[in-house]
Design a protein around this ligand. Structure first.
Ligand SMILES: [Zn+2]
Length: 114
């Protein structure tokens, strides 16, 4: 039950706290201006714009944009699709995955775990 460490170097108290602290973020209030605009905020569904009724699962170039960098399907909040087309999109994406047009997961991760 001896709690003393025989190393000696690890003094628990009395360390000089160097370095200035980062300024605290203010909580509350409408002041959060740190939005990343990685994508143009469009409420319009891309498929509605193109007046597509069905989404072609072979249209990889189009479907790719709705996958995250890890191969996951992006949520509707990010893509801005309407409910109808998001549903059709997931079906199309899953079909495309089955015939290996699109990845189930990120390729580089698969590569690393080999
Ligand atoms: Zn739509």
């Amino acid at each position: 039950m001896t709690n003393e460490s025989t190393g000696g170097a690890g003094s628990h108290s009395g360390g000089p706290n160097r370095g200035p602290r980062p300024p605290r973020r203010e909580y509350g209030g409408a002041g959060g201006g740190g939005g990343k605009d990685r994508f143009v905020r469009r409420r319009v569904c891309q498929f509605c714009v193109d007046k597509m009724v069905d989404i072609d699962y072979k249209d990889v170039a189009r479907l790719r944009r709705f996958l995250s960098d890890r191969g996951k399907i992006e949520p509707r909040r990010k893509t801005g699709n309407c409910a109808k087309h998001q549903r059709a999109l997931t079906v199309a994406l899953k079909r495309a995955r089955q015939i290996a047009l699109l990845p189930y997961t990120a390729e580089h991760i698969r590569f690393m775990q080999r």
